[in-house]
Design a protein around this ligand. Sequence first.
Ligand code: ADP
Ligand code: MG
Length: 249
Amino acid sequence: MVSESQSVFEVKDGSIAFGGNQALDKVSFAMEKGQLIGLIGPNGSGKTTLLKIIMGVLTPDKGTIEVLGKPPFQSVKEIGYMPQLTPFSRDFPISVEEVVLMGRLGKTSSIGFFNKDDKRAAEKSMDDVEILELRKRAIGSLSGGQLQRVLIARALTCEPKIMILDEPTANVDMKIEKDIFDLLKRLNEKITIIVVTHDIGFISQYIHRVACINRTLICHPTSELTGETIENMYGTHMHMVHHHHEDEK
Ligand code: ADP
Ligand code: MG
């Protein structure tokens, strides 16, 4: 069934537990096409788990999830994912171009080698994030900021409708963080983006909405993100505010 709304994804009452540990409890969360949303919350609050549910990597115990009006596994090729931890060793003798091409693995028609379309897509995404001149460089020789751009380019290479970035600015300094968010803002002209970050004050100028998560979800437009909200979220006390869409017709 195709949704009538512009929702790119919609989680309804999603719950999931690992052993006896309830990681997400009745989380309802939708995101509109074209938005740039920041997902924040303390360590272990379920951010990565929620992203994995959206990508169909994890299935919730209860609740429903639709991505682009379909079950997540049918939409996985439309999602560009930048995982939280760099999934390869920086000593690995592999070039920037090769890492970016790996983003085509779910998309390419060829087995074992990349075709012209793959190479063109990789070139375009390297150009989009301004690392084309680094293409032949070994991954281990890059600065932290350059490496983050390579990983963003890799997520872009599948020509996604949605990009999901899990802490792309962890372990980089303020200047690089700003560069990365400037880049995300530019990419957001074409792609819906959800980004996990810790830097609440800083991101409010970039994003449309912030989703605050701590096992359950508290969602606010950025303008309402106050010290009190943050205290409620990061403290032990919890309350639930139903989210609303800004441009409800
Ligand atoms: P965050 O990304 O916000 O730091 P996570 O989504 O990674 O949090 O984890 C949420 C909770 O679920 C944590 O308590 C974590 O230990 C637990 N958890 C996540 N993934 C697994 C897993 N595969 N097996 C067991 N527990 C998990
Ligand atoms: Mg995480």
